[in-house]
Write a protein that binds this ligand. Sequence first.
Ligand code: KIV
Length: 272
Amino acid sequence: MSVAKKDYKRITTKSLIEMKANGEKISMLTAYDYTMAKIVDSSGVDVILVGDSASNVMAGHETTLPITLDQMIYHASSVVRAAERALVVVDLPFGSYQSDPREALRSSIRIMKESGGHAVKLEGGKEIKESIKKILNAGIPVMGHLGLTPQSIYKFGTYTVRAKEEAEAEKLIEDAKMLEKVGCFALVLEKIPSSLAKKVAETISIPVIGIGAGSGVDGQVLVLHDMIGMTHEFSPRFLRRYMNLYEDMTKAIGQYVDDVKSVDFPNANEQY
Ligand code: KIV
């Protein structure tokens, strides 16, 4: 049974702000291809994130850094073709926005024009303020991303919880306020203490969507392949696995191999 407070035919950035105001939590999941996005969209997920986690999940890279803008546009256009209800947010990949605001705008325009995505997401705070303003001025909705920002993994050195120290927590709050002030429609907070995430969600009026940031925020996001247990090596504490597809698929595919080898497949009804 759905616990949604209002039936939205199509989720927009405005719907998300309305959900926060009505106390309705926002559900967000990643997807990178048409078939998965079709399932995610028809399951009632509010926001589909074409995350640069595609670099890990789809391409097998260790970090999110190698994925290119062209590859993100390919993934995003497949997802957009599937999404009838969800808002589709697309990550700007590493190297496509950090050098200057004009580059950030050019990359965002390419995403919007070539994939049909509805908004872009960028990692960072005041360092990228001018880029965010430039993108917003062109009429492109922007989602922020603070806390653990995987594109900066080589600066952090580890994927451990961020903003445990006061100075980093204060900077994060200032960055969140700035993102709200310049006009971002929502913000992702990744892997920070739940008390800090709650404080941010209570301080700013735009929706705060958490991953490893506790229940005091306005919504949750997970990487689809982790949540359905297709990946199995990655087990952070914040992850809830709803299925164990790695095991189920391995069994099913193993059975297929046996059936082919033993000529059990195809049987008389499975041929012409
Ligand atoms: O790329 C991604 O999947 C993300 C989420 C973890 C928020 O940015």
